[in-house]
Design a protein. Structure first.
Length: 460
């Protein structure tokens, strides 16, 4: 009986510790990684580094000096030398370490062994990035960071940069309008496309930027942000009036740049510019970000008159996409489907949209429309997005690179509150004043007496 009592005394805390560990791993993976998973993976890496590198083919023949030293001091066999490893740096989501490649090795050799390294060291994923010639960084991710998305506080963002999502390698996905001026975002209903748009609007609202919206769904997506918008069109008729104004604004900015270029020969080279960013700050117009939601509504026609209006709007959108960057006008085009079947000019407009974000779509053809012309291997990843993970998407650009990202949840009310708090930052653009949306005055909530009997809270 005494042995049984001792076993129960010892086994109780052990069972509780095991249960707590399993609970933390399932519900709080970050805490589990910091307390348990990270130290275990570090020990695995340190103890098996040489053998794992050899199994992955990431070793090289030792130098002659090393061979002579080993033969002179010991009689053991001279083994291949693994890739030189740097200091292991733990993070909140995994581990980082740098490898110095030996002569004859290339980063592709390490990237090809990423799956083997993941299993050998017991982590969720391994990603390889180039630091400089001859040096690569291994980013070991300890758990699925896209299951519960939390964007790091320190993202290194700046002007016209919005940390809108989290990548699968635990790095923030930053929408940078200076480097990727125009973008196409596709996604089926309930895929998370609207959430992505909310993050963009709320991230740009505190910045010195003019926000313009074209929402042909009667404004249901962009109307809650009306207090921060400089202009809003809620149907194709209003859009056909707004887009020419933006084109004229772009032409006026080009005239301003040309006037700056017609300067005296003695002017320093740094004062000569080809875009608005080279203008003095006192003369520089504010950048404009144009959000087009459900772009297909601008292409659909029912009569010949609608066709003429459609052709004009598409031509103006193409002009803004081709020439808008230098004038500080950027396009964010969203829709459920966008391809040649929409009509004349659709393919030409898509070719001008450098960035691509594809959420869950209903067919493979839609994924090919978004990613097929820039990263064909990303099409399969986009088609594999499950419906139970809204906000998950595949992001790519014309460089051919792509990654999985996921947008964290942001309620419509919170995004609208950000816009109301920053309503005073709406820039003064006289050309857009006729299109400024009406914002009703906030009404004071009426206090209602509570029920005599409080309802029983719902349980899972």
């Amino acid at each position: 009986m005494s042995d049984l009592a001792t076993l129960l005394e010892v086994g109780g805390p052990v069972a509780a510790l095991g249960g707590g560990t399993a609970y933390a791993r399932a519900n709080h993976p970050g805490l589990y990684w910091s307390a348990v998973g990270g130290p275990i993976s570090t020990v695995r890496l340190l103890s098996s580094y040489a053998s794992v590198m050899e199994a992955c083919g990431l070793t090289v023949a030792p130098s002659r000096l090393r061979v002579l030293a080993v033969k002179a001091t010991t009689r053991r066999e001279v083994r291949p030398v693994p890739t030189r490893r740097g200091i292991i740096r733990p993070t909140a989501t995994g581990l980082r370490l740098r490898l110095r490649l030996a002569p004859g090795q290339e980063p592709a050799d390490v990237a090809a062994s990423a799956e083997r390294l993941r299993h050998a060291w017991g982590v969720h994923a391994v990603y390889v990035s180039i630091v400089k010639p001859g040096v690569v960084e291994l980013r070991l991710v300890g758990f699925d960071v896209l299951r519960k998305v939390r964007i790091p506080r320190k993202t290194g963002g700046g002007f016209l940069q919005v940390p809108v999502a989290l990548r699968e390698d635990a790095m923030p996905f930053i929408r940078d309008y200076r480097s990727v001026p125009h973008q196409l975002t596709l996604g089926a209903t309930l895929s998370g496309k609207s959430m992505y748009l909310r993050h963009l609007v709320s991230g740009l609202a505190p910045q010195d930027v003019a926000l313009v919206g074209v929402d042909c769904k009667r404004g249901v997506e962009l109307a809650p942000f009306a207090s921060r918008l400089s202009a809003l069109a809620t149907d194709p008729d209003e859009a056909s009036e707004l887009l020419p104004v933006l084109v004229r604004e772009m032409e006026d900015r080009y005239d301003l740049i040309k006037a700056r270029q017609g300067i005296a020969p003695s002017t320093p080279d740094e004062e000569i510019t080809s875009d608005i960013w080279g203008l003095p700050e006192s003369e520089r117009p504010v950048p404009v970000v144009l959000f087009v939601d459900e772009v297909a509504e601008l292409f659909l026609t029912a009569t010949r008159k609608d066709e003429e209006r459609r052709d004009e709007m598409v031509t103006q959108l193409i002009r803004l996409a081709q020439l808008g960057r230098a004038a500080g006008i950027y396009l964010e085009v969203c829709g459920q489907r966008f391809g040649a079947e929409l009509g004349k000019g659709a393919t030409m407009l898509r070719a001008q949209l450098t960035g691509r974000v594809c959420h869950r779509v209903n067919d493979e053809a839609s994924a090919k429309m978004a990613l097929g012309d820039i990263a064909p291997e990303a099409v399969l990843a986009a088609c594999a997005i499950p419906a139970e993970r809204p906000g998950l998407a595949v992001a790519g650009d014309t460089s051919g690179g792509w990654s999985r990202i996921r947008t964290p949840y942001l309620s419509l009310g919170d995004a609208a509150d950000v816009c109301r708090e920053t309503a005073h930052l709406v820039p003064d653009l006289p050309a857009l004043k006729p299109f400024r949306p009406y914002v009703p005055a906030p009404s004071h909530p009426v206090e209602r007496p509570g029920p005599a009997v409080q309802p029983r809270p719902l349980t899972d």
